[in-house]
Design a protein. Structure first.
Length: 389
């Protein structure tokens, strides 16, 4: 048992940090203003090998040597230190949507999309959440019905429904869409589909004005009589719920690691700030109360990081308790990060409340981590089921 990353993953962290410092930090203000990462950044991430960690080498990725979930966690932490909105845009495409194609796609689907997504030449979105169904995936209302004889002869399925809060919706070249193919079968009646952008009947709402993640594109997705062929089914008909739940594990690890990234950046930033700040002729670091607050923040950060990387490692190894470790890490890291960032704002004082201060952006961005990918309450329920069957 070890609580330290392998040298391979430490090398990868150095790669991610260098890329973040050189390529991501300089474009944060541009991305926040435009509501999306700069187009050129996608190709740069692809060229750096940051989007293909789960992609087989045959499609230009680096998967196959083990430790992929841990590598995704490292990437999520480092990108988020610069900007949560940019980080989640990349993570959604490469590690929340693309894995459905990598794991369940037909050879034709994989040939069309997988290499392009890993190279940053295409962008993906995952469209499951609806206005009335967030964490309750089984409660989605989007319907997919088979076409009747002579009806829509060009296709085998017609999709109707609305999706909400879909990251990358306005940027995506392809969407992975969850829909009910057998409404009477509960969670056993959900199927996922590959829906290319531009498909007739598929439309997007305006970008949603969000509290945080200003540099990520988030919209409503409308499916109004979207006609798809049989070859659009992703995976096994009726197994979509299980495919989505399986993908949630890596998504939750990535979101926990984003919390670690926010917290680590906040702690580093505020520590540097208080070292150079004087009050009444005395440096803030000379006050025990300030030093102790920083120490408490570091303890919470370390605990969140250990839990997150333990969860990632268990997921990599197929550990029987991986799902519980993932739920615990997602819950704890998101809450710890929110507290650490809030403490940093407090120590910054009035400067921390200014939009021009990066800590204000981290404060906005970190809050969603307790909601997205399964709320705090969902994670607690996963853990509580064993305690109270």
């Amino acid at each position: 048992m070890t609580y330290d990353l392998s040298e391979v993953h430490e090398d990868f962290r150095r790669t991610c940090r260098a890329f973040t410092d050189q390529r991501v930090r300089p474009v944060v203000l541009e991305a926040e203003r435009d509501g999306r990462p700069p187009e050129r950044l996608w190709k740069e991430m692809g060229d750096a090998g940051l989007l293909g960690l789960l992609t087989p080498p045959d499609f230009g990725g680096s998967a196959g040597e083990g430790g992929e979930a841990t590598a995704v966690a490292v990437l999520a932490e480092e990108l988020t230190r610069a900007c949560g909105g940019i980080a989640v845009s990349a993570l959604v495409s490469a590690y929340m949507a693309a894995p459905h194609l990598v794991r369940h796609g037909t050879p034709a689907q994989q040939e069309h999309w997988v290499a392009a997504l890993a190279a940053g030449e295409a962008i993906a979105a995952i469209a499951v959440t609806e206005p009335g169904a967030g964490s309750d995936v089984a409660g989605i209302g989007t319907r997919a019905r088979r076409t009747g004889s002579g009806e829509h002869a060009e296709g085998s399925w017609v999709l109707d429904g609305r999706k909400m809060y879909i990251t990358n919706a306005g940027l995506a070249d392809v969407l992975v869409v969850g829909a009910k193919t057998d409404p009477g079968a509960g969670h056993r009646g959900i199927t996922t589909f590959v829906v290319p952008a531009g498909t007739p009947g598929l439309s997007m709402g305006r970008p949603l004005a969000k509290m945080g993640w200003h540099s990520s594109d988030t919209r409503e997705v409308v499916l109004d009589g979207v006609v798809l062929g049989e070859d659009a089914v992703l995976g096994v008909e009726g197994r979509g719920f299980h495919q989505i739940m399986d993908a949630f594990q890596l998504e939750r690890v990535a979101l926990a690691a984003m919390g670690v990234g926010h917290a680590a950046e906040a702690l580093d930033t505020v520590t540097e700030y208080v070292r150079g700040r004087e009050v009444a002729g005395e440096p803030l670091t000379g006050r025990q109360a300030i030093r102790h607050r920083l120490a408490a923040m570091e303890i919470e950060l370390e605990a969140a990081r250990v839990m997150t990387y333990k969860a990632a490692d268990r997921l990599d190894r197929g550990h029987p308790e991986a799902d519980r470790s993932v739920a615990a890490a997602k819950y704890f890291a998101a809450k710890a990060a929110a507290w650490i960032v809030d403490e940093a704002v407090q120590l910054f004082g009035g400067a921390g409340y200014l939009e021009e201060t990066p800590i204000a952006r981290h404060h906005r961005d970190v809050r969603i981590l307790r909601i997205g990918g399964g709320t705090d309450e969902i994670q607690l329920e996963i853990l509580a089921k064993r305690l109270v069957p």
